[in-house]
Design a protein around this ligand. Structure first.
Ligand SMILES: NC(=O)C1=CN([C@@H]2O[C@H](COP(=O)(O)OP(=O)(O)OC[C@H]3O[C@@H](n4cnc5c(N)ncnc54)[C@H](O)[C@@H]3O)[C@@H](O)[C@H]2O)C=CC1
Ligand SMILES: O=C(O)/C=C/C=C(\O)C(=O)O
Length: 487
């Protein structure tokens, strides 16, 4: 142990930045607290404009070498990173759970394997990336996917390493170098991952991690003139600030933002399935951008739906996320908890009724909540809460269901529960959302485009769309005649 490391349940994490293949300290630090019990995990380097500049310089210096590395070799290194992640799944899971409070069993069996898969998928996609050559009046058009340069990736705390590597993997596969700024409420797995990736053979400067606050380190990074791409996942207000910085330097930016997604339950749905889908929305204590937080139920079945939902949701076990039997863990931070409770208390004061919950629990836990008697234009229906809080409204026909579903400023996802294929086709066709699930939820595939409409985002990542964003596409047109034989 040194003054620059901390230990979480036996796993040691270096708390400095990772710049140009070296751990770099800052004059200042910030305190990292575990949401499980409020205990202090340690002090983390608090990045400033100086460390941000150093990281961009390191990424710039490493760029020509990494960009020139043959695709097959880049892919081999990314697979080696995936291998190394797989060997450290237990360590990464333990650290992430202590840091952001999400369930240990989810990290072990779902999230961290997905982190490794992020690298495998984009490594393989890179190798298979086509050149799409075509002919124009005898001239050959050759389309190539050129690396763009240093990319700044700004990520949130609700699924820290998963969402970070969702961006890191395609950015690196494309031949870019990266500067990651993880969220200050969950900084640890980014640092641990930087060490793992370096040990796996990722060259110095190709991945850099700058820790710190958004307004300091984050702002310095997104404003830096040598950055060639910015990808952000987080809140709408922060997206607007980052968009302004990106505009100042004319840098392409991708935004994956919040949501207020609907779950539409029609009377012809399998009701048990619909209830399961609704209860699933409490996953990760409601801190999921895709969560269908507005449950819209056909009036004729609303009473029975509510009865079954209440029974099922009341059986959820809330508690220590390290316990295998826990279903709902704590919320990330006391500030987030206050924000959640503010939404709920204002809704109750405005006439909403809590079918379940409606209050804080012990410590940093919020009781799973279902609010009904809510108006369509009310704050609780229109704004993202990012906690275990759902609303229930009813509709009488398809038109009303679609109208309510589309009537927010967001458009990230939507889920439809129905037993009628024709209805599913009609309704999904009219929904404004980046992803629509029918009779299922959170079935995710990296081949699919991912992102949101309206205030839920700008652009799409995933599959080839990620390479569209992280590459400078170039078309080379060659004439049929004019070659000179110098041989
Ligand atoms: N995936 C999602 O859709 C997420 C949505 N949210 C929403 O945002 C709300 C607030 O959560 P916050 O943690 O405050 O989100 P946020 O959007 O402020 O933070 C996300 C990331 O942006 C960074 N950041 C903040 N200001 C920045 C700036 N000026 N320049 C560059 N980077 C900056 C933060 O350090 C963090 O890494 C939540 O209650 C939730 O509604 C939050 C996290 C994830
Ligand atoms: O797990 C995914 O594929 C995407 C998750 C996205 C979020 O949870 C988010 O951004 O909040």
């Amino acid at each position: 142990m040194s003054e620059h490391t901390l230990t979480v349940a036996g796993v040691t994490v270096d708390t400095r930045h990772w710049i140009g293949g070296e751990h770099v300290a800052s004059a200042g630090t910030f305190v990292d607290v575990s949401p499980i019990d409020g205990s202090v995990l340690g002090e983390i380097a608090r990045g400033t404009a100086a460390e941000a500049s150093a990281a961009v310089a390191a990424a710039r210096a490493a760029f020509p070498g990494w960009a020139a590395t043959p695709r097959a070799e880049r892919a081999r290194i990314l697979h080696a990173v995936a291998d190394a992640v797989e060997k450290r799944i237990e360590d990464l899971s333990i650290v992430e759970t202590h840091d952001n409070g999400a369930l240990l069993r989810s990290h072990r069996r779902g999230v961290m394997p997905r982190v490794a898969h992020n690298f495998r998928f984009f490594a393989d996609r890179l190798v298979g990336l086509g050149h799409d050559d075509f002919d124009t009046r005898g001239h050959t058009n050759h389309v190539s996917w050129d690396p763009a340069g240093p990319c700044v990736l700004i990520t949130p705390w609700n699924a820290p390493l998963m969402l970070a590597t969702w961006k890191i993997a395609p950015a690196l596969a494309a031949g870019n170098t990266v500067i990651l700024k993880p969220a200050e409420w969950s900084p640890l797995t980014a640092s641990l991952f930087a060490d793992i990736a370096a040990e796996a053979g990722l060259p110095a400067g190709v991945l850099n991690v700058v820790q710190g606050y958004g307004a300091e380190a984050g702002n310095a990074l997104v404003s830096h003139p040598d950055v060639r791409r910015i990808s952000f996942t987080g809140s709408v207000p922060t997206a607007k600030t980052i968009a302004a910085a990106a505009a100042a330097n004319l840098v392409p930016a991708s935004f994956e933002l919040g949501g207020k997604s609907p779950l539409l339950v029609f009377a012809d749905a399998d009701l048990d399935l619909a209830v399961d889908l609704a209860v699933e929305q409490y996953d990760n204590a409601g801190q999921v951008c895709l969560a269908a937080t507005r449950i819209l139920v056909e009036e004729t079945i609303a009473q029975e739906f509510t009865r079954r939902f209440t029974e099922k949701a009341s059986a959820l076990r809330q508690g220590d996320p390290r316990d295998e039997t826990t279903d709902i863990g704590p919320n990330i931070h006391t500030r987030q908890l206050e924000k959640i409770d503010g939404f709920v208390q204002r809704a109750l004061a405005a006439g909403a009724r809590a079918v379940i919950g409606g209050r804080r629990g012990e410590g940093q836990y919020y009781a799973p909540t279902l609010l009904t008697d809510v108006a369509q234009d009310s704050e609780i229906v229109q704004e993202e809460v990012f906690g275990p809080v759902l609303t229930l409204q009813t509709f009488t026909d398809e038109d009303e269901a679609v109208r309510l579903a589309n009537d927010t400023r967001f458009g990230l996802a939507a889920t439809v529960a129905t037993g009628d294929r024709g209805r599913a086709a009609r309704v999904t066709d009219r929904l404004v959302a980046g992803t629509v699930w029918v009779n299922c939820f959170f079935v995710r595939d990296l081949q699919a485009p991912f992102g949101g409409s309206r205030h839920s985002g700008v652009g799409r990542e995933g599959g080839t769309w990620s390479f569209d964003f992280y590459c400078d596409l170039k078309n080379t047109v060659t004439a049929p005649k004019g070659w000179r034989d110098h041989g």
